[in-house]
Design a protein around this ligand. Sequence first.
Ligand code: SAM
Length: 322
Amino acid sequence: MSTTDSVDQENKKACSSSIDVDQEFDPAAKFGSRLLTDQDAVFNYNAWDNVEWDEEQEKHALSQIERQSSSPVPEELREQYHSNAANYWNKFYHINENRFFKDRNWLRLEFPELFRTLDPAAGSKKIFEVGCGAGNTMFPLLQESKNPELYVYGADFSSTAVEVVKSSPNYDEARCKAFVWDLTSSSIPEDIEPESLDFVVLIFVLSAIHPDTWKQAVANAYKMLKPGGVVLLRDYGRHDLAQLRFKAGRLLDDNFYIRGDGTRVYFFTSEELESMFTAPVEGGSNPMFEVQQNAVDRRLIVNRSKKLKMYRVWLQCKFKKL
Ligand SMILES: C[S@@+](CC[C@H](N)C(=O)[O-])C[C@H]1O[C@@H](n2cnc3c(N)ncnc32)[C@H](O)[C@@H]1O
């Protein structure tokens, strides 16, 4: 299948299901490689990088947000989405099993530091994929690793997701371990020593937790990483297509929504992420992390046959523990 065909297929999915658009789009090209300079050429390719939003798109975004805020999730229904969050994800994985496991080309392009740990000469490296779902980061790393001293942990608060990971033919406890753990809990997992990890990977995970628990999640990552260890994060950006197309009765709180399947999703700004990770160490005044990268990936995905334009906004950050 050519790249063009595969992107067209992604576009079709993007139009038909919110889960697909959220989790399946896997751009083949590295961000920043194709810039739209001639508006008349917009339908000549399937995807454009670093797209400036025009006034019309800005207005559209604001009007969608206003529309959503006039019909939020009724107050009395909100709490059960929070208290049953893991169950909704369990249902998601029951229905989808490992259908969402995909080779993610962008992982290698955007996070080359992860792939450098696979070198046989890299020495002892420990990576923890939190909110690992079907193991979309764990397995590509394990499959390619030539490093006998690489160990990959994966955790998810959905026990079904963990079962999906453990039932993979590529799951081997000599090289990896998956377990149930809630990123927002008050203690780090018993399998992980404090200050033992080289990388914590958070891909579309922070967006799934309640904003009240962000602080605890970051503190947990901080506690588990070695000094110099890095959080690698990719997540939804403010006013992404997936946010703007939420219908009435989906808004839980500002920029925080409930999908049709009961799973929650927040849409961040770069500033929010940066202030979470550069907050002071508990009881001290030094920041927990330094920013290595804090990028906005704005892409225009085009459905050429339907002449549809889809504005995606993802954030990508690398925070290094000081
Ligand atoms: C959008 S999915 C992303 C899955 C995976 N990281 C990927 O990129 O395919 C969000 C994942 O986070 C998990 N999750 C949500 N809240 C969590 C929490 N508090 N602790 C651990 N995992 C959580 C969900 O069960 C789900 O697997």
